[in-house]
Design a protein. Structure first.
Length: 229
């Protein structure tokens, strides 16, 4: 499901109920979209939050079960998309403010494995947001790892998050899709909108027996995937 089609899930939930599906897993896979401040930041977080509210209501009526997965950011995907301030092909990095906001990261592999393990303990994960995180990191720590592993120095820039939010929210209201993507990025890297999952609830990696991943391991794999290592 693409970022822009999140609201299509209302029809999917209704169809799942009509078909007698036992459990629906919404397109979440990010931060805690139930937070009001996250929903106010951009339309994607707001729509994901409303889908969860809809599922909760339907579950309360006994019509369906649900389970969502919050896993923070996928670093390999983010690096390939020039996300989180990383522009590895240009050896350039953009900090939001001081670059000290924490955000959680999980590999794609552990996200998939976590989802499967969560379904195996269906009663324990019924109607809940399952939180996964291999580690939490700041932009500064991320750049330190990239430079150390690549053996090069990056040029850096800094943006003021409050000014950026105002600018991009105004642009998003005019239909600028890329402005919405920047607001999604902001939701993670600032650490202020529910992206630091260790502060939001219980991380279930250990309970599910997921392999431990180190920052250096994940960053190195992402750099190799991007073709710069």
């Amino acid at each position: 499901m693409t970022t822009s089609s999140v609201s299509d899930q209302f029809r999917m939930v209704d169809a799942a109920i009509a078909a007698g599906v036992q459990r629906y897993v919404p397109s979440e896979y990010g931060l805690d979209n139930t937070r009001a401040d996250a929903q106010a930041l951009n339309s994607v977080f707001e729509k994901k939050g409303r889908v969860q509210e809809y599922l909760r209501a339907k579950a309360g009526e006994g019509k369906i079960e649900w389970m969502s997965i919050s896993c923070g950011m996928w670093l390999k995907w983010a690096m390939a998309q020039d996300f989180l301030g990383m522009h590895v092909r240009e050896r350039r990095f953009v900090f939001w403010d001081e670059g000290t906001g924490y955000f959680s990261c999980t590999t794609e592999e552990n996200t998939a494995a976590g989802l499967l393990q969560a379904l195996k303990v269906s009663e324990e994960t019924k109607n809940m947001n399952v939180q996964l995180s291999d580690f939490a990191i700041t932009q500064k720590q991320l750049l330190d790892a990239i430079e150390r592993i690549q053996g090069v120095k990056y040029t850096t820039e800094t943006v003021n998050s409050e000014e950026l939010i105002k600018e991009k929210q105004a642009a998003a209201r005019q239909g600028d899709i890329m402005a919405t993507m920047v607001l999604i990025e902001t939701g993670f890297v600032t650490g202020r909108f529910g992206g630091h999952l260790e502060k939001e609830g219980v991380i279930l990696n250990e309970k599910f027996g997921l392999p431990k991943r180190t920052i250096d391991e994940v960053v190195a794999n992402a750099l190799k995937s991007a073709g710069v290592l």
